[in-house]
Design a protein around this ligand. Structure first.
Ligand code: APR
Length: 242
């Protein structure tokens, strides 16, 4: 079904969440036991408040996340999405993820709604560095400013341009596929609603039920995203005579 949607779509968009990267070894946020927010308190570690008032805990938390990220790689699902983009099956990828795996897998037009853990930037002068500096115990810019991860912290606004592009994509798409998001965080979770209002077909692939299953035309639970993408990919190639 989804393969035929993609083959006949005018402007397909994929919205990914942390569930897209668990098969790469990165924990998501809200899965039972393994999710980051079931083990750490996001307000105490991933917020503007933590940045200002719990600086040491903030640094240690992001060192842990950057170290985990360094040990992981995109999986076949990321490669499949990049291949679909090269063949014009999908146009844009809007991601809530900060791991940069879509770009590493070769995807272009990746809209990073929540920033990127690949870099840190100076709070004072804006200079950007590879986030590996956190593992080299470097937290201060040459100008003396504090270096913070280039991710959106709780309490911060999303990057204006990314939000604008994501909104545009949601208003333009005729097929929106959600991969691995509980759709609990705004404004990302508004995008499927915008797409639906504009007549798009919606598919949600997520291990557990999500807040927006009710508006989806297709919902796939209790299946790994990698397996679902491999299956759709196989069907597309068979239909396309590849
Ligand atoms: N296959 C299918 N679904 C999966 C897989 C998998 N391999 N792994 C995890 N999932 C599902 C989980 O069941 C879960 O419902 O992915 C979903 C991930 O949801 P969250 O952990 O809430 O992650 P996400 O929706 O991306 O969170 C949004 O919240 O804390 C903020 O900034 C953070 O970007 C994040 C945002």
């Amino acid at each position: 079904m989804i393969a035929s949607w993609l083959m006949s779509s005018r402007h397909a968009v994929v919205l990914t969440g942390a569930g897209m990267s668990t098969e790469s070894g990165l924990p998501d946020f809200r899965s039972e036991k393994t999710g980051l927010w079931t083990r750490f308190n996001p307000q105490q570690l991933a917020s503007t408040y933590a940045l200002e008032h719990h600086r040491q805990a903030f640094i240690e938390f992001y060192q842990y996340r950057i170290r985990t990220l360094q040990a992981c790689r995109p999986h076949e699902g990321h490669m499949i999405l990049a291949d679909w983009q090269r063949h014009g099956l999908i146009q844009e990828i809007v991601t809530q993820n900060v791991d940069g795996f879509h770009q590493q897998a070769g995807s272009r037009h990746v809209i990073e709604l929540h920033g990127s853990l690949r870099t840190v930037h100076c709070q004072r002068c804006g200079n950007t560095f590879n986030s590996i500096v956190y593992l080299e115990q470097r937290f201060t810019c040459e100008c003396g400013g504090f270096l913070r991860p280039s991710v959106v912290l709780f309490g911060e606004m999303l990057p204006e341009q990314a939000l604008e592009q994501a909104w545009q994509a949601a208003q333009t798409t005729d097929v929106l596929i959600v991969l691995g998001s509980s759709l609990q965080v705004s404004p990302a979770n508004q995008l499927p609603l915008v797409a639906k209002r504009n007549g798009a077909k919606i598919a949600i692939v997520n291990w557990e039920p999500t807040e927006l299953d009710g508006i989806a035309d297709v919902v796939i639970h209790k299946r790994k995203i990698g397996d679902v993408l491999r299956e759709i990919n196989k069907e597309w190639k068979a239909r396309d005579g590849r």
